[in-house]
Design a protein around this ligand. Structure first.
Ligand code: MN
Length: 197
């Protein structure tokens, strides 16, 4: 996909988001989940692959409960440096609102292979619409899958936790795991109580 679309959608004279450059982790692949208060509050799930962040918008946020199938709309690739981005995207810009980092860490294929092998497996999974991976985050841990929905719009996937020793059975609401100093929570408390669920 590359970063052309990412760059095209943004005015870097206004937004502090990083410009699109391909870059890679030295040892382990990384992932990030950003919580994003734009017109709708949602989560952005990003996996490093081939020097960019493959990205999905997850309206309800990820879950550690295998019963949850969370809709994940694939969006444009984001640059590697976006993994560290948090802050405010100014009014009138694409994705205007607040971005905070909800979770981050390293990730691999299911077998936790060395990077080169993992990338090969992940590339194949992405292509076949059955992308299995293992997260080493602070909140998200263990095996997950992103499954592409057939017969749906091209970019619809489901993000599902695999049943493993790290999965939970109780109801999982990612909104209950936001950081105490969350600028989005502060904004919601001050501005718009109705959109906080
Ligand atoms: Mn977003």
């Amino acid at each position: 996909m590359g970063l052309t679309l990412y760059n095209k959608k943004r005015n870097f004279e206004e937004t502090t988001e990083p410009t699109g450059k391909v870059k890679k982790s030295v040892s382990k692949l990384v992932f990030v989940v950003q919580r994003h208060k734009a017109s709708q509050l949602h989560y952005d799930f990003r996996l490093e692959l081939d020097g960019v962040l493959k990205s999905w918008a997850v309206p309800k946020g990820p879950s550690m409960n295998p019963k949850d199938k969370r809709l994940a709309m694939m969006v444009e690739d984001h640059p590697y440096d976006y993994k560290d981005f948090k802050g405010t995207i100014p009014e009138g810009n694409y994705g205007a609102g607040i971005v905070e980092i909800w979770d981050s860490g390293t990730y691999s294929d299911i077998e936790n292979s060395v990077k080169e092998v993992a990338e090969k497996n992940l590339r194949a999974g992405l292509k076949s619409g059955d992308l299995k991976f293992r997260l080493f985050g602070k909140k998200l841990k263990g095996e997950f899958v992103l499954v592409k929905l057939k017969n749906k719009a091209d970019n619809s996937w489901l993000l599902i936790k695999h049943r493993d020793e790290l999965a939970v059975d109780e109801e999982y609401n990612s909104e209950e795991y936001t950081n105490g100093d969350s600028p989005i929570n502060k904004w919601l408390a001050e501005n718009d109580k109705t959109s906080k669920k």
